[in-house]
Design a protein around this ligand. Structure first.
Ligand SMILES: [Zn+2]
Length: 117
């Protein structure tokens, strides 16, 4: 996972969705405690005989992942995002070059994870 600060954006439309400040450190791919204001919308997903809260991009409607409650005390909701639905934009001065590098590292990380599991 990215250790630098920056913004996770929708891979579909490029709209900013999550700040790395709210990233929830776990073994899972991309989990966040809260989205940016107005960045995502949620709907109830009753497929697969379960009731889950689906998260989608408020800008383009692209599916991003689901919200799950945690077993922590106090309980919090965690936004579990599909890694391929996000692109990472690090906060650096040379935006165009650093964005390309950040995305490429993020993709390397994803392919590493998928080959392990
Ligand atoms: Zn989008």
């Amino acid at each position: 996972m990215e250790k630098r600060s920056g913004t996770f954006a929708c891979a579909g439309c490029g709209g900013p969705l999550f700040s790395s400040d709210t990233k929830f450190e776990t073994h899972r791919l991309a989990e966040f405690l809260s989205p940016l204001d107005g960045a995502v919308e949620t709907t109830t997903d009753r497929s697969l005989f379960m009731t889950r809260t689906e998260v989608h991009c408020a800008h383009c409607g692209g599916h991003l992942g689901h919200v799950f409650p945690t077993v922590r005390v106090p309980p919090v909701s965690v936004f579990c995002m599909n890694g391929v639905a996000l692109s990472f934009e690090p906060k650096e001065t040379n935006r165009s070059r650093s964005t390309a590098r950040g995305v490429s590292r993020f993709c390397q990380y994803l392919s590493l994870r998928s080959s392990v599991s």
